[in-house]
Structures are given as structure tokens and as C-alpha cells.
Design a protein around this ligand. Structure first.
Ligand code: FES
Ligand code: FES
Length: 151
């Protein structure tokens, strides 16, 4: 089936099969590999995107469900070549090691700051609780979000 959706503000179309995930369509059909596929079971958050402004695991959403809707991926965060403040903070604070979790965490953190510009520590932890990282121990990620809040 053919679907049409808006991705990072751009109208896109592609052919998908009925059981195909939005994550697969983004990565393999639309050339947007920023959203990562680590578990494909909704456990790790590495595939986090916004669907009509709501944070979702793209591996759990059918591509067909995104037909006619708006999707925002990590590729859309930078503005005119300038990194999003969360991306800059992740780099500055050393919150990236292997980087596999990073796109999902950045999308989740950016979504949090959009909705809650001055989150409490607990709100940051809650917002990132669906995103697993096997490398950093989370402290530097937390520090990066805190730093992004301050910029
Ligand atoms: S790949 Fe989607 S939650 Fe892990
Ligand atoms: S930096 Fe490696 S999984 Fe998070």
C-alpha cells in the first residue's frame, strides 16, 4: 500500500506492506536511519520519534498508522545546520559513547523541554525512563539534559 506522511515538515510518500513498522519505513524506505533499531519490541527507546507531537516507539507503530500524520525524527532537530541545544549538550557533556541510544534519548529530551521548559530532576528521569543506555550509566545523559535546560 502507498502511504503519505509529513516527516520533519516535508511531505513524503512510500510503498509499505501491511505489517511494516514505521521504524522500517523511516530507515529503509525514506532514507532516515537516525532512528535506531535495537530491540524492535518497544523496550529500549532507541527508535523514539514524535507522531503528531507524541513520543512513540517507531518500532511499535505500523507505517500504515502514520498515513496522513506528522512524524518528527532526530534528523529534523537541527535547524538550518545548527544543532538542537539538546544535541549540543550531549556532545559537550560527553553523554555519547557508542551512540546507539543517543537519537532516541535526544528526541525524548527535546520533547520534554518543548513541553516542560524547566523540568525537575524527577521529571527528567521520568521522561527518559523509556530509553535504555548500555554505556554511560545515565549520569552524563542527565547532566546533558540539565545543561540544555540552562541554555
Ligand atoms: S527498537 Fe523500538 S523500542 Fe527498541
Ligand atoms: S551510549 Fe551506548 S547505548 Fe547509550
Amino acid at each position: 500500500m502507498r502511504i503519505g506522511l509529513t516527516v520533519n515538515g516535508e511531505r513524503r510518500e512510500c510503498d509499505v506492506w501491511g505489517g511494516e513498522s514505521l521504524l522500517f519505513a523511516l530507515r529503509e524506505r525514506l532514507g532516515l536511519p537516525g532512528s535506531k533499531n535495537a530491540c524492535e519490541q518497544g523496550e529500549c527507546g532507541s527508535c523514539s520519534v514524535l507522531l503528531d507531537g507524541v513520543l512513540v516507539c517507531a518500532c511499535l507503530v505500523l507505517a500504515a498508522q502514520a498515513d496522513g500524520h506528522e512524524v518528527a525524527t532526530v534528523e529534523g532537530l537541527a535547524d538550518d545546520g545548527r544543532l538542537h541545544r539538546v544535541q549540543e549538550a550531549f556532545a559537550d557533556e560527553g553523554a555519547v559513547q557508542c551512540g546507539f541510544c543517543t537519537p532516541g534519548l535526544v528526541v525524548a529530551a527535546a520533547a520534554l523541554l518543548d513541553q516542560t521548559p524547566e523540568p525537575t530532576d524527577d521529571e527528567i528521569r521520568e521522561a527518559l525512563s523509556g530509553n535504555l543506555c548500555r554505556c554511560t550509566g545515565y549520569q552524563k545523559i542527565f547532566d546533558a539534559v540539565r545543561a540544555a535546560v540552562a541554555t
